[in-house]
Design a protein around this ligand. Sequence first.
Ligand code: COA
Length: 197
Amino acid sequence: MEGPRAPTNTEYTDIVKFLDTNLRQNSTWSVADEYPTVFTEHNLHNFRIIKTPDEILSHAVIKPLLTKTRRAVFKVGCIGSVITNEKHRNSGLSQNVIQECLNEIKKQDCDFAILWSNLYDFYRKLGFELAGSEVSLLIDKPLNVKNNFKILDSNKVDPQALYRIYSQHSVGAVRNLDDFTKYLTIPNSRLYTAWTS
Ligand SMILES: CC(C)(COP(=O)(O)OP(=O)(O)OC[C@H]1O[C@@H](n2cnc3c(N)ncnc32)[C@H](O)[C@@H]1OP(=O)(O)O)[C@@H](O)C(=O)NCCC(=O)NCCS
């Protein structure tokens, strides 16, 4: 068994296959299309795997993001796509991979690490603490928009326009135009925008 370590270029396709098989069984799209700014061959140094010569056993990936707030700009190490092959669970593989991600996050001078999960006990053992919860809102009525806004239900909008609005937020990750262009290609996503004349 090797790792945790960063993969080589030739292992990238196998990683995506491993994640699609284990994390996206019922999806018609790939995890790589869902996270287009993370799953690039330029980010391979931020992936961590444990594997045998034949198969990947455990995986996690880091995405360092600058996050601006009114008080300061933080460097945040985001961790995602944490998974261990079902046949190899409860042997410490994931804890090992995440610890290695945390070492890398420290090495890259991040102020803190963050991840989204409902496995509170699992991550608490690794030093994480619950810091917030996600809220989903469903708008189940037609949007009643005043002031003659035109509502578009389409991903075919100018990424520059989204980028311009997003850049005005006082709190948020620092993203660029290329990121927005990629977000607009994420499968199974619906984007509503309101446009003035
Ligand atoms: C969660 C997961 C990554 C753990 O991987 P693993 O390699 O088996 O984990 P480890 O062997 O390093 O750690 C096992 C420990 O975590 C605990 N654990 C495992 N799954 C857990 C769960 N669903 N909830 C809470 N604790 C869990 C075990 O009880 C064990 O605790 P112990 O060390 O006190 O005995 C694995 O179950 C998995 O791939 N699940 C499906 C994908 C998933 O949910 N990923 C997390 C997304 S945030």
